[in-house]
Design a protein around this ligand. Sequence first.
Ligand SMILES: *Cc1c(COP(=O)(O)O)cnc(C)c1O
Length: 369
Amino acid sequence: MKRIPVSEPFLNGNEEKYVLECLRTSWVSSLGRFIPEFEAKFAKFSGCSHGVAVMNGTVALQLALAALGIKEGDEVIVPDLTFVATANAVKYLGAKPVLVDSEPETWNIDPGKISAAVTKKTKAIIPVHLYGHPCDMDSVMAVAKKHDLFVIEDAAEAHGAEYKGKKVGSIGDVGCFSFYGNKIITTGEGGMCTTGDAGLAGRMHFLKDHAMRPEKRYWHPEMGYNFRMTNVQAAIGLAQLEQIEKFIEIKRKNAQLYNSLLQKISGITIQPEMPWAKSVYWMHSILVDEGKFGCGRDELMAKLKEKGIDSRPFFYPMHQLPVFKGSGSDADFPVASRLSGMGMNLPSSVKLSSDDIRRVCAGIAEFAR
Ligand SMILES: *Cc1c(COP(=O)(O)O)cnc(C)c1O
């Protein structure tokens, strides 16, 4: 029986042709034509005038924070339920991630709970567009404006998702994307910061390349980083970007089929799509209500595995991880804790066939009572 993986990249476009060009012209390092082209075209796709390509999505977040001047002693608000990189990036700068609970409707940071977490030290908010569904950005931006905070969108899972017709990554001060192998598009490893602010883009370009003065070689007025992306990564990224609209269309179609097959099963909740949102369904995610469904999330995952169907549990909420010990208990983050214990990601590749999706849903239905 064919195994159905959670995620598999789709590399059947111009990837091979562009990578071969890098090899044949020997532009394999972090200079070459694909980097500025990928930056410009990805930024445009995301509704921004500037893109800064980097090694991965984690350093994209770190670079954005550094460029905005986040430093030791500052506080940055992040959702409790996210991938660990969001909170780690804050720690790398010596600042403190302050966790906020999720809202039940979108599984994203609850804008109504942000104000209570703001102190005199708070400098920024990092809303995360979890599993491809945009955050309620009007509410996030309103809180940020009220308290004079920067907004860095963690759009690592949501390339092309829209909030009220606006692309994610173009609403806050900076948008951060990941091009890891399982993301909406991939460069193997890779990331990008997007912004509409030319000064901020310049500052990020400067910091990611050892903070070297462009007009004075080997003069570094401050400590920078080497976060550069290679031309080979950008070559793959450009070929992927040529196909992104098609990928998103397929993902949205797959979500419709999943939803139509799963909505009748009692105890299974599918990821909602708010009326103001266009989700890109990075992951096709469900919540399993043990009492109503008949078995719990972990048991369902194990049973699907026996049928050759891979799945993933939701992230652990940050407050449960040893690194963020002392930031609160399950009672402080009731929604994130509940979602984390019930949530799982189903096979989500662009390559999925409708037969694969039917097999996954039939597998789930089999264990429903
Ligand atoms: C993937 C991801 C990142 C980090 O991206 P990498 O490219 O793996 O470093 C950051 N935030 C979120 C929400 C992610 O899903």
